[in-house]
Design a protein around this ligand. Structure first.
Ligand code: MN3
Length: 202
């Protein structure tokens, strides 16, 4: 069973008034994400040892394995984008009560959390991702990874929310202004309901 581009929970123009244009979606979802999935399916088809495995299994077995670097990169990017689309919402930006209580408990305040989450993406040199995870110690943490790396590979914790800081994520709408793209994400389109649901199911 080949991997497929996931269905979005909103239309590709749903975030256009909120700082993420339909053109960005057409390239980012329709071309970049799709290309990772097509590449991954090609790699799996050629290698019987990879067949029948989930994305998480492929990521774990290919992590730090030089021969399987292309598998790691394409499986990681497939999963990371799946989680990124879920991390966006046309009704985003509002932090629901249970998540807010946990954020306040673990970061001190919502403002401190947002500043740390923003700085993770601002300071990620080159391409990568910024994450809100539930750490293995039961506390919320902000982290960042380069290229295709995911907390699924590093075992740091469960992914609650993620945003993409590859240039293709923001260059059409924000040009070189990565910090503005991140603030827009945090305040207008971040799907904190998704993050709370992930927290409650942990
Ligand atoms: Mn991307």
């Amino acid at each position: 069973m080949a991997f497929e581009l996931p269905k979005l929970n909103y239309s590709t123009d749903a975030l256009a008034e909120l700082g993420m244009s339909q053109e960005t979606f057409e390239y980012h979802y329709g071309k970049h994400h799709n290309a990772y999935i097509v590449a991954l399916n090609g790699l799996v088809e050629k290698n019987p040892a990879l067949q029948g495995k989930s994305l998480e299994e492929l990521i774990k077995l290919s992590h730090n394995n030089a021969e399987l670097t292309p598998v790691f990169n394409n499986a990681g990017q497939t999963l990371n984008h799946n989680q990124f689309w879920e991390s966006l919402s046309p009704k985003g930006g509002k932090i629901p009560g249970k998540l807010e209580a946990k954020i306040t408990s673990d970061f001190g305040s919502v403002d401190t959390f947002k500043e740390q989450f923003k700085q993770a993406g601002v300071t990620q040199f080159g391409s990568g991702w910024a994450w809100l995870i539930l750490g293995t110690d039961g506390k919320l943490k902000v982290t960042k990874t380069a290229n295709a790396i995911t907390p699924v590979a590093t075992g740091e914790g469960k992914v609650l929310l993620v945003y993409d800081v590859w240039e293709h994520a923001y260059y059409i709408d924000f040009r070189n202004r990565r910090p503005d793209y991140i603030s827009n994400f945090l305040d207008k389109i971040a799907n904190y309901e998704y993050a709370e649901a992930n927290l409650l199911s942990a």
